[in-house]
Design a protein around this ligand. Structure first.
Ligand SMILES: NC(=O)c1ccc[n+]([C@@H]2O[C@H](COP(=O)([O-])OP(=O)(O)OC[C@H]3O[C@@H](n4cnc5c(N)ncnc54)[C@H](O)[C@@H]3O)[C@@H](O)[C@H]2O)c1
Length: 267
């Protein structure tokens, strides 16, 4: 009996609080729902009011509690306040999930626009950096915590036409590894999740941008085939990895890239 109780205490995430950026759709939304099922309260941020409301109602349906802040993380002037408000929302902050991300343009390097480069880096790299910079002091006050950054298979290998996106996601890996080393002794575990293709609005937007129907179908078929599992992933499969990395079950996992990609980078 005593042993069972101890085991539960060691694995429970009940009552913890997670901040999720990009929580208005896709992996961020699925993570909010997955946390709710573990008894973790969430603070969700994103730009789309409708998307944030949708996430809030899904969290409620899963029996969870959430607070919503509409924030553009490319806006450098709001992140410190976002971190403070997130920690104040439920009086503590334990987990930080950097899921806000943008894919930029698909083009060879010479045809990539500088504006697109700056937009992608402002969200994927600078946004992730600033959210970490301003939330880490709160985690330290708490005595530790976990940060999970959404990198990508494109943060580990090159993807044709996606130089800017891949560069940004490799940069996320650099931030993740060094923050992991810097804070390991202080009880903050920092890790990355590296999805392959995942059926979310981001991926759907990419295929919708291909005008010709036959070309679009061929691109989708070859995309699916590039994943040994033969299909894109689901947002809830990635969310399970996010929650795992925050959980006490991942207590010795520090600074890793956890591929959730149906074998994409093993291929
Ligand atoms: N879908 C995939 O195939 C895939 C693959 C690998 C990695 N990822 C990464 O996973 C993360 C989540 O992507 P997703 O698939 O859920 O896509 P998504 O487009 O559904 O979700 C991304 C969310 O981030 C928000 N966002 C973007 N820029 C923002 C900003 N500046 N401020 C605030 N919110 C912003 C979007 O509005 C959206 O709600 C991203 O970082 C993405 O790069 C996705």
């Amino acid at each position: 009996m005593g042993l069972i109780k101890k085991d539960k205490e060691m694995t429970s995430m009940q009552g913890k609080v997670a901040l999720i950026t990009g929580g208005s759709s896709g992996i961020g939304q699925a993570s909010a729902v997955a946390f709710a099922k573990e008894g973790v309260k969430t603070v969700i941020t994103g730009r789309s009011t409708a998307g944030l409301e949708e996430t809030a109602s899904k969290v409620k349906a899963a029996g969870g509690e959430t607070t919503v802040f509409q924030v553009d993380i490319a806006d450098t002037s709001v992140i410190e306040k976002l971190a403070d408000d997130s920690a104040a929302a439920y009086g503590r902050l334990d987990y930080v999930i950097n899921s806000a991300g943008t894919q930029g343009e698909v083009n060879v390097v010479a045809d990539q626009r500088l504006e697109s480069f700056e937009e992608v880096f402002a969200t994927n790299v600078r946004g992730t950096f600033l959210v970490m910079k301003y939330t880490i002091p709160h985690l330290l006050k708490q005595g530790g915590g976990a940060i999970v950054n959404l990198s990508s298979g494109g943060g580990l290998v090159g993807v044709p036409g996606a130089s800017v996106y891949c560069a940004s996601k490799h940069a996320v890996m650099g931030l993740t590894k060094v923050a992991a080393i810097d804070y390991a002794k202080q009880g903050i575990r920092v890790n990355a999740v590296n999805p392959g293709g995942v059926d979310t609005p981001m991926l759907r937007k990419f295929f919708e941008s291909i005008q010709d129907e036959d070309e679009r179908k061929a691109a989708r078929a070859s995309f699916d085939a590039s994943h040994p599992i033969g299909r894109a992933g689901r947002a809830d499969e990635v969310a399970d990895a996010v929650v795992f990395l925050c959980s006490p079950r991942a207590s010795n996992i520090v600074g890793i890239a956890l591929s959730v990609d149906g074998g994409y980078v093993a291929n």
